[in-house]
Design a protein around this ligand. Sequence first.
Ligand code: FE2
Ligand code: FE2
Length: 475
Amino acid sequence: MSSVSLNEKIPNNVDLAGDRKLQRALEEWQPNFIDWWMEMGPDGFQQDQIYLRTAVSVEEGGWAHFDYVKMPDYRWGIFLTPSSSERTIGFGDQIGTPVWEQVPGDLRKELRRIIVTQGDTEPASVEQQRLLGKCAPSLYDLRNLFQVNVEEGRHLWAMVYLLHSYFGRDGREEAEEMLVRRSGHRDSPRILETFNKPIDDWLAFFCFTMFTDRDGKYQLAALAESGFDPLARSTQFMLTEEAHHLFVGETGVGRVVERTAELMKAAPSGDVKAVGGIPLDIIQKYLNEWYSSSLDLFGGEDSSNAAIYFATGLKGRYKETTSSKITDHVALDGCYSLQIPNGEGGFTSQEIPLRRAMNLVLRDSYVDDCYRALERWNGVLEKAGLTERLYLASDRFNRRMGSCANLPIAPDGSMMRPEVYAGRIADWLPTQGDLAYVRSCMVSVTEPGKFAGWIAPPRKGIDGQPIDFKYVQFH
Ligand SMILES: [Fe+2]
Ligand SMILES: [Fe+2]
């Protein structure tokens, strides 16, 4: 079952050759995927040799192979973590019963929606990032961008495989639609709003991979607990690749902070713009923008869908079955208490039954993770001898979803008068001027080992290679 076929048209460990009909359907989808990649993938660079990692197995430690490859020749494959025959559902109403190898009829609609929503984000992010190669701050960063892009492409393959295998004709149609929607398109946008936002500069890219990809990690981790075993095994393996994307984001922001700190000390008046750096207050506004937008991806605080997904065993909590902190896997007792706007300028307590609050429970794990990263960035400022610190805005700030959607709430979580809020928003979110300034810093640096002036070099290279390694060979 889990033996790896690398030499077939579609590399896989799901014995694709054993199901001719499925194999043919996916092989028909493959050229459409390549067409999409050429049209909507990285603009330029398709003929260049990129030092990329390719998934070639699911063995821990040995799953990836690094070598130069032209992106259109990348071997996008279908890899699932091997099944364990005795796996049982780990939570909800059917806890302890065997996991499903097929889609239960009564959950078909919900499962399809979950898979389509997840799948849609993968090509969306590639589209959002397609112009960034032209202004990469180094070859190291350029290579990381393309690594993220090709792996998001593979994640699309992972979801399309599930649609083709388990959802018949509907699934095939959904797979086609994945290549039709376009990020930011007026008539046929991507499904989730954050995936329609433009990513025009590298600070936005690092914030996206820090905050938005990190939402992806928590969604995938929740699905890795799923009672639908093929989905659980697909997402488990996707998480292996995802870790690098989050690394790119967290260290990317960290390197910008590090460079800014250096420039703040070196610049005569502390004016980092005068020396080509990105001021800390602009970095803060970017964090506010992408963090608040990514919080929206977790959905409403009080959610009947979340309750259904948990009850039926479709979607668990972060580390539902592996964390020693979670002991009650049925979650029928207990409440989640939260503060919601009271309509009079203040907030009031609301108790939500735990199952209906599962979006929040997952989001809390995410928020903890973001605070961990924030501490590292602030550690960089501290080490530089600076007193300034970055913060994460309140989860009420700048929201489009949930109880605080579209309310005039400051980053500290306090309700404001609308006119006061409107007057302050330029202090909290990037202005057109901020965006234009950051874009003006974006220059393409292609000499190995050299970095644009607004970002510090990384600690080390990729795959044990030196920092000045030629990560991209231009044709
Ligand atoms: Fe992904
Ligand atoms: Fe990712």
